[in-house]
Design a protein around this ligand. Structure first.
Ligand code: NAG
Length: 281
């Protein structure tokens, strides 16, 4: 069982044939090998407009309070996020696309959808989602209106098959409006950081999990100097090798985001057939 609970909390149907899924622009791939350790996402940097066109900001209203999460555009109609972001009695879901400034509804290229009457089947939480163990932490949101893709808004590239990959020591990039320090709150401008994937066994040991859970990927926060934090949940972890969406931000240590402890992501390949079943993608 994961004895340390969630700290990380962050974030849509049929692809237009002429729109290619969002790959990271070359300039962002090249910088990888010059990565500098800069402990301050925590440890991240300001994202440029169009850099993460698949990034979604999600504000949910639950019991009268608002919660912030991230998500990934996976098609014109579907957003992939974490189950813990949308499970339970959600009153409304505000989705923000193509934005870096989450507070500016008029930002060039951005668009919003506020789903105030959630229809049956519109939010699909994984049937085996377990909030105590934080397993199968994935959900899909079906949009009210189809997205118009542009330079600012594009779907993430989904791994083609559900084949298990360890991704150990492999580089990736995460993004979100989550806290940049333990004491703060979610930030105005989208942050991102380059990270390295941690051996899953080490992560499972850290979280005192008996069972090796193929449904997770963890990040080596200590060596990356970058960590997801509260408000990043549901958001994207993308491989900088293949450009594929490989993780959905799920959990971190209750000790905080600045201690260098590993953070956990739902492994997209593990849920690939489930995504296909519900979306046809
Ligand atoms: C979205 O709808 C909810 C419920 O009606 C409302 O409380 C919230 O303020 C709306 N958000 C925006 C940005 O319009």
């Amino acid at each position: 069982m994961k004895t340390l609970a969630i700290v990380v909390i962050l974030f849509v149907g049929a692809t237009l044939a002429d729109v290619t899924p969002a790959r990271l622009p070359e300039e962002f791939l090249q910088n990888l090998h010059k990565k500098v350790f800069q402990p301050r996402v925590v440890g991240g940097d300001y994202a440029a407009s169009k850099q993460f066109p698949y990034q979604v900001g999600i504000s949910t209203k639950k019991g009268g309070s608002f919660y912030w999460c991230g998500g990934s555009v996976i098609s014109e109609e579907y957003v992939l996020t974490a189950a813990h972001c949308v499970a339970g009695e959600i009153q409304s879901v505000l989705l923000i696309f193509g934005a870096t400034d989450r507070t500016n509804a008029l930002q060039t290229g951005s668009s919003r959808q506020n789903i105030t009457h959630i229809r049956d089947g519109q939010i699909i939480v994984h049937p085996l989602y377990n909030p105590m163990e934080i397993t199968n932490d994935v959900a899909l949101i079906k949009l009210n209106q189809k997205l118009e893709f542009s330079e600012f808004i594009k779907p993430a590239l989904l791994p083609e098959s559900g084949r298990f990959q360890t991704y150990d020591n492999s580089p990736a990039v995460l993004s979100g409006w989550g806290k940049v320090e333990d004491s703060g709150s979610v930030v105005q401008f989208l942050q991102y950081g380059y990270v390295t994937i941690l051996d899953l066994n080490k992560c499972m040991q850290f979280y005192n999990t008996q069972e090796y859970d193929n449904g997770n990927i963890c990040l080596d926060v200590e060596n990356s100097g970058v960590s997801s934090c509260n408000g990043d949940s549901g958001g994207p972890l993308v491989s900088t090798v293949t450009g594929e969406l490989i993780g959905v931000t799920s959990f971190g240590s209750t000790a905080g985001c600045t201690k260098g402890y590993p953070t956990g992501y739902s492994r997209v390949t593990h849920f690939r057939e489930w995504i296909r079943f519900h979306t046809g993608l």
